[in-house]
Design a protein around this ligand. Structure first.
Ligand SMILES: [Zn+2]
Length: 168
């Protein structure tokens, strides 16, 4: 049931994209550290709609490292091979703070994915602050909290830094 609900939200996001009014589009890349012992990379397509609100369609990979059971430290083996998961999803990002060169948005999303053995569902809540550069690039930071259903860690919370490249 949860699975159906998640997929529904993602499909809803994708269908809204088709109807979105013309706005700026960006490819965005962000990476961050999440509590606890997690590293995350997210690549997304962002479509601005009216009033600087935006939709984001994203793919995410997540890695969680452990102390190695044989050497007792975090080593390359235990860093790369302990736990990996991926997901794809959509987020709606209403603008809440705006100045001439920056916009702050709440980020509300859902995703579906897998960690090699299990289906994973995610609910994503966060805040994103964007700074427009003269070149057209946008730099951003994001605080995020992910609620993962079936995942190795239920909550992931952390800070992400990234850049958005404008596309036509
Ligand atoms: Zn080791």
């Amino acid at each position: 049931m949860k699975k159906i609900w998640m997929i529904g939200i993602v499909l809803f996001g994708l269908s809204v994209k088709a109807n979105a009014s013309d706005g700026d589009k960006f490819v965005q890349v962000g990476t961050g550290l999440l509590y606890q012992r997690g590293w995350d990379v997210t690549i997304g397509l962002e479509q601005e709609t009216r009033y600087h609100n935006a939709w984001e369609y994203f793919g995410n990979v997540y890695l969680k490292w452990e102390d190695c059971s044989s050497c007792g430290h975090v080593c390359p083996e235990s860093f790369w091979k302990s736990y990996r998961a991926w997901g794809v999803g959509a987020a709606y990002k209403p603008a809440v703070v705006r100045t001439r060169n920056s916009v702050g948005r709440i980020r509300l999303g859902a995703s579906v994915g897998s960690d090699r053995d299990k289906f994973l569902g995610g609910v994503h809540v966060g805040y994103e602050q964007n700074y427009a550069m003269r070149s057209g690039l946008v730099l951003f930071w994001q605080v995020k909290s992910d609620l993962m259903i079936n995942g190795k860690d239920l909550f992931r919370t952390g800070l992400v830094l990234g850049v958005k490249f404008p596309i036509k």
